[in-house]
Design a protein around this ligand. Structure first.
Ligand code: NAI
Length: 258
């Protein structure tokens, strides 16, 4: 049976690399992106998310063997919360019924090492209460107070916490659906390219994200980890945030966190 996999962020970077990998394995891939994709939708809005779920359901003919949410933005703006948190959790909730129709369903999301950096706790609390309006209000306040740079880390921290809570519930583990995250360090995708071109910014990033093992990663490296997480070989890993980060997490957080 050909596996049917939905991948968000399919037009660029990690998502695009994963689409190539899955297609080469013979899977049927349904790409979702605000750019060119099988399903064009803006995942920062409820309208876009609802339409994406409906169109994926139609293309998947009611059954999805895997969902991978890669779409994200790394801006110091409330949109980071809309896309990286609500754009992921709402889409996964919407697509879950299609996963339950598959014999060996799998799901994965993309976090970030940024999720371990300083955050805005009020934004995270609102995310975890599933209150998008409150999260966006707090995010706007963070921007006004000059703390906009905390929004991307907050969105990824909230996503990791949501994952830890959600993966083991009846809806996911109880329904036989492993749900995990890959958290990259710096990836050589169009998202990071402009930052790396700026010498001063590159220095800040290298200090914030030290990668002693092989430096910056190609998108395909992250895609390969996602590929395994949603493979049928993954029968028992769930609720994990896997740092594929060249050693950044182990360097920054040391031996106490494991
Ligand atoms: P990218 O910018 O190459 O690709 C992101 C894709 O998401 C693009 O195709 C874009 O059109 C899509 N997207 C953005 N906003 C959207 C929206 N509102 N609706 C629908 N699609 C939307 O970036 P990359 O590096 O492939 O990022 C993939 C994931 O990896 C993101 O979640 C990002 O936060 C995460 N990540 C990236 C790192 C990096 O250094 N590039 C490091 C850590 C995490």
């Amino acid at each position: 049976m050909t596996r049917r996999i939905a991948v968000t962020g399919s037009a660029s970077g990690i998502g695009k690399a994963l689409v190539g990998m899955l297609t080469a394995q013979g899977a049927t891939v349904i790409g979702v992106d605000r750019d060119t994709a099988d399903v064009r939708a803006d995942l920062s809005t409820d309208e876009g998310r609802t339409r994406a779920v409906a169109e994926v359901a139609e293309l998947a003919a009611g059954r999805l063997d895997g969902v991978v949410a890669c779409a994200g933005v790394s801006l110091p703006d409330p949109i980071a919360v809309s896309v990286n948190y609500f754009g992921v959790v709402r889409l996964l909730a919407g697509l879950r019924p299609l996963l339950t129709a598959a014999p060996q369903p799998r799901a994965a999301v993309v976090g970030s090492i940024a999720g371990t950096q300083p955050v805005d706790q009020a934004v995270i609390d609102a995310c975890l209460r599933d209150d998008e309006q409150a999260a966006l209000e707090r995010a706007r306040a963070a921007v006004e107070s000059g703390a906009g740079s905390r929004l991307y880390p907050s969105s990824k921290s909230a996503l990791a916490q949501w994952l830890r809570r959600t993966a083991v519930t009846a809806d996911w583990a109880g329904a036989g659906i492993p749900l995990n995250a890959v958290a990259p360090g710096v990836v050589l995708s169009p998202m990071a390219a402009p930052l790396l071109e700026d010498e001063a910014m590159k220095k800040v990033m290298d200090e914030a994200v030290p990668m002693p093992l092989n430096g910056y990663a190609e998108p395909g490296v992250i895609a390969a980890a996602l590929d395994w997480l949603i493979s049928t070989g993954n029968t028992h890993m769930t609720g994990q945030v896997i740092y594929v980060d060249g050693g950044a997490d182990a360097t920054l957080r040391g031996p106490e966190v494991f």
